[in-house]
Ligand binder design. Structure first.
Ligand SMILES: Nc1ncnc2c1ncn2[C@@H]1O[C@H](COP(=O)(O)OP(=O)(O)OP(=O)(O)O)[C@@H](O)[C@H]1O
Ligand SMILES: [Mg+2]
Length: 297
């Protein structure tokens, strides 16, 4: 039997709570005896509202924060805070692509950071950067651009390319699309699904957006005040929630009717860019049908 890519066993972490005078007045159990595992090549979703402990779990998996107790096994090996070993196996994509990319580095330089360790000759490195940009459906010319010249969706694609440069087995995605417009979110998720298949990646997908969760995660764990209160195949959990909290979480999602959905304008992207008005008109004419059918980049 093959081991899961990620095993979380009885993980706990508390933080001190300070009062208005800066004195410690108690502790918050951010993560409380959490266990779950993520099978190879699968997408596991962690759902739960703000403060439920999602990012704290992600940070411990990445070795950025030390658990109080419990074990994290990544590809069968124990993760200890700060160990460089896990860097090769797991990479994280953060919520805000604007602040996770260095504004003074070109896109190519940012993507090259994980490649530097491999001391590739320049031509090989440039080739690899172009290849990674292609994987995230951006033109190779983007290597010369700076983050401020990109849209939010494009920046997030660059952050994904940079994560992939390290050739990870596990991608930890902490609210990777919540800073993006709804129409862009879906395309980034589509991209992640494609990449997962192509590269045989395993995903831990963190989101409070249940409709995205439903589309992307195969198994979901619902976190509530640091504890997993319900887990199972995503469709089962959402169609027939057993726990009161899961029912509340689902009930609080605003429902977009099919009519509202149909009225939402859709602008097709070309090479990850919004086309000019002329291009759009030409595209519509050549297609002679709904632009909604065009391009799903
Ligand atoms: N470094 C820290 N110091 C003190 N308390 C912390 C720290 N990090 C997290 N916490 C607390 O731990 C709890 C869980 O926080 P966490 O950031 O993991 O939640 P989350 O589910 O990621 O929320 P969000 O959806 O808002 O990102 C919260 O009560 C938070 O205030
Ligand atoms: Mg968080």
């Amino acid at each position: 039997m093959t081991r899961p890519m990620l095993e979380i066993i009885d993980l706990s972490k508390s933080f001190p709570v300070r009062n208005a005078f800066g004195h410690i007045s108690g502790t918050v159990k951010a993560v409380n005896h959490v266990s779950f595992s993520v099978e190879r090549g699968r997408v596991y979703g962690l759902a739960g509202e703000s403060g439920s402990g999602k990012s704290t779990i992600a940070r411990m998996i990445m070795g950025l924060s030390k658990p109080d107790s419990g074990t994290i096994l990544l590809d069968g090996q124990a993760v200890t805070a700060g160990r460089s070993l896990r860097a090769a196996k797991a990479q994280m994509v953060f919520q805000n692509p604007g602040s996770s990319l260095n504004p003074r580095r070109t896109v190519g330089q940012s993507i090259a950071v994980p490649l530097a360790a491999r001391s590739l000759p320049r031509s090989r490195r440039d080739h690899r950067i172009a290849e990674l940009l292609e994987m995230v459906q951006l033109p190779a010319s983007f290597a010369q651009r700076y983050p401020h010249e990109l849209s939010g969706g494009q920046k997030q694609r660059v952050a994904i390319a940079r994560a992939l440069a390290a050739e990870p087995k596990l991608l930890v995605l902490d609210e990777p699309t919540s800073a993006l417009d709804v129409s862009v979110q879906a395309r980034v998720i589509d991209l992640l699904v494609d990449l997962g298949r192509q590269l045989d990646l395993t995903f831990l997908f963190i989101s409070h957006d249940l409709s995205l969760m439903r589309n992307f995660a195969e198994t979901v764990g619902v976190l509530y005040l640091g504890e997993i209160v319900e887990t199972g195949p995503t469709a089962n959990v959402f169609d027939d929630p057993q726990h009161d909290y899961t029912q509340l979480l689902i009930a609080s999602v605003p429902v977009i009717s099919a009519e509202e959905e149909a009225m939402r304008p859709f602008i097709p992207l070309i090479d990850g860019e919004i086309p000019t008005a002329e291009k759009l008109i030409a595209l519509r004419a050549s297609n002679g049908k709904e632009t909604n059918e065009v391009e799903k980049s």
